[in-house]
Write a protein that binds this ligand. Sequence first.
Ligand code: NAP
Length: 269
Amino acid sequence: MSKEASKGTALVTGASSGIGAVYADRLARRGYDLLLVARDRKRLEDLAARLRGETGVAVEVLTADLTAREDLLAVEKRLRDDAAISLIVNNAGLGPEGALIGADIDYLDRMIALNVTAVNRLAIAAATVFAARDRGGIINIASVVALIPEIFSGSYSGSKAFVLNLTQALQSEVAKTSVRVQAVLPGLTRTEIFDRVGRSFDEFDPASVMDAGDLVDAALVGFDRGELVTIPSLPDAKDWEAASAARVALGPNLSKDKPADRYRMKAVA
Ligand code: NAP
C-alpha cells in the first residue's frame, strides 16, 4: 500500500493489555500501522510481533510511564513530530482501589496523573497538530461512571468526567476541520483493571460485564458513524440524546448578572 493510500499510524496508549491491546489488534486489521505505548516492554513486543505476523502492518513499541513527566513529554514530542500519526487512542488508565474515605491519596494522585494529566497533554497536542493538517482522529477512553459519580469512586469518575468534558470541548474546537473526536464510555469491561488494584470482576453481576473485544468493536462502529460520545452498553441512543439536550437547555440560564428569584432573601418581618 502506498504511503498516500495508507491510513497512517495509530498511537495507542495502554496497549499492553485489556481494551488498548484490543484496539491495537482491530486497528492493525483495519490497515493502520501502530505505535504501541505502555510500560511493559515485553508484553508490547509480544503483541507487536503477533500483529506484524498476522496483519503485515508496521508496529513500533515505545515504552513510557505516562505518569512520569519526561516520558509523557517524549510521547507528546513524537506525536507532534511524526506526521504519519493519524489517530490516537488515549486509553491508558488506572482504576480506583475503593471508596474515597480512608483512601491512599498518593495512589489517587498517580491515577489522576495518568487518567487526567496524560490524556490532557496528548489529546490537546493531537488536536493541535491534526487540526493544522486537517486530518486525524482522537479517541478518548472515558467511562460510564462519568455519568454516575454517586455509585463509584469520585476521583476515578471525576477523572473520566474530565475526559468526557475535554472531548466535548475539543469537538467544538475542531468542528470546522476534518479532525474526528470521540469519547468512549465503557461500562464494566473484563480486563486487568481490577487485578491491578487487588479487586476482581467477581464483585459484579456478570450480566453487567462486557468482553473487551465486544466493547472495542462496538466503539469502532460508533467511531465510523461519527459519534462524539459512544456508550456501547446503552440500548437506545435517544436516552443519551435526551440527557444531553436537558444539559444544553440549562445553558442560557447558567450565568446571569443577578441571582435567581428563588435565592432572594425574604424580608424579615
Ligand atoms: P488494563 O487491562 O489494566 O489496561 C491498562 C493499560 O494502561 C495497560 O496497558 C497498562 O500497561 C497501561 N498503563 C497503566 N499504568 C500506566 C502508566 N503509568 N503509563 C503508561 N501506561 C500505563 O485496563 P483496561 O480496562 O483495559 O483500561 C483501559 C482504559 O479503559 C482505562 O482508561 C480505564 O479507565 C478504561 N475503562 C475501563 C473499564 C473496565 O471496566 N475495564 C471501564 C470503563 C473505562 P502497563 O502496565 O504495561 O504500563
